[in-house]
Design a binder for this molecule. Structure first.
Ligand SMILES: NC(=O)c1ccc[n+]([C@@H]2O[C@H](COP(=O)([O-])OP(=O)(O)OC[C@H]3O[C@@H](n4cnc5c(N)ncnc54)[C@H](O)[C@@H]3O)[C@@H](O)[C@H]2O)c1
Length: 286
């Protein structure tokens, strides 16, 4: 069902790789809601992924860009304004990658070159995106810029590794730039902290299937899906949220406010500890 929430708006969606991608769902819903959009992803992702099929379906242009390159980002904003015929009303940063996670380097044995890449791709690219847009005066008054985060930015989750630090930086950039862009052009900058979601990036997280199940059982409303996340993004792009800025908005079925659920307590009482003791009875910490 469409509410025409984005009628006449122009948007750029970064990070749609395949049908599972959160950005893919956002792109589909944005067009359903009346927006005109462009898509962007790395050249490799455009070549190897399915983003061109999405572009054909939605009748929009794909502009390849490495989000760590300011030059590439300038091309995306300039070309998008050309193709869409004016300033941009909304931007989605749906980008994340950690070489340390990929190479299975644990948090207490990180490669620092890879850590810099994690930060650059997953967080600093958000700053580069906003700074580039601002310098080009590419965002319309009351425009909305969003990035996707995860609760591990604020609480420790086994296996999330250096992505936790990248997400903390991402959320901080939303606040710092939200202040400046809000004061000068009424542009909103926020992050949405999404439930674990079965996507290509999500599946890279150590123990993702168990984490997904745990979060689903702990959350009173269950995990939010990629489709649910897209709905929330649309509301955040719409004029219904013109005064929301500098926020990290939890979209997780209530997970972030739960300490202990009845079900988790019952499972704990069944003796989960036993599985995590070594042969001498000492607890193994994960
Ligand atoms: N899946 C989850 O459990 C989950 C939960 C919370 C937040 N998120 C966040 O949602 C966002 C989208 O991830 P997803 O789960 O849809 O997975 P996804 O793998 O579909 O999307 C990640 C995207 O990042 C792109 N990317 C990687 N390096 C890039 C670069 N240098 N320049 C431009 N693009 C680049 C990839 O090509 C891909 O399209 C990420 O920020 C992720 O951290 C995901």
């Amino acid at each position: 069902m469409s509410y025409n929430l984005l009628k006449g708006k122009r948007g750029i969606i970064f990070g749609a790789l395949n049908e599972q991608s959160i950005a893919w769902k956002v792109a589909e819903k944005a067009v359903q809601e009346g927006a005109m959009i462009t898509l962007s992803n790395t050249s490799v992702a455009v070549r190897m992924g399915e983003v061109s099929a999405l572009a054909d379906k939605l009748n929009c242009e794909v502009i390849p860009a490495d989000a760590t390159s300011v030059e590439d980002l300038e091309t995306v904003f300039k070309r998008s304004m050309e193709v869409l015929g004016g300033q941009i009303d909304f931007v989605l940063h749906s980008i994340g990658m950690s070489p340390n996670v990929r190479k299975k380097r644990p948090y207490d044995d990180l490669d620092y070159g890879m850590l810099s890449q994690t930060f650059d791709i997953s967080a600093v690219s958000f700053h580069k995106m906003i700074q580039t847009a601002k310098k080009l005066d590419a965002i319309a008054e009351y425009g909305s810029i969003l990035a996707l985060s995860y609760v591990a930015a604020q609480r420790t989750f086994f296996g999330y590794n250096d992505m936790a630090d990248a997400k903390a930086l991402l959320e901080s950039i939303a606040r710092s730039f939200g202040y400046i862009y809000g004061r000068e052009h009424n542009v909103r900058v926020n992050t949405i902290s999404q439930s674990p979601t079965m996507t290509t990036a999500g599946s890279g997280v150590k123990g993702m299937d168990k984490l997904f199940d745990f979060a689903d059982r702990m959350s009173p409303l269950g995990n939010a899906s990629a489709d649910d996340c897209a709905d929330y993004c649309i509301v955040m792009f719409s004029d219904l949220t013109r005064k929301v800025t500098m926020q990290n908005l939890f979209h997780d079925g209530g997970f972030s406010s739960i300490g202990m659920s009845l079900r988790a307590m019952a499972t704990y009482e069944k003796g989960i500890d036993d599985e995590f003791k070594d042969e001498n009875g000492k607890i193994i910490y994960g």
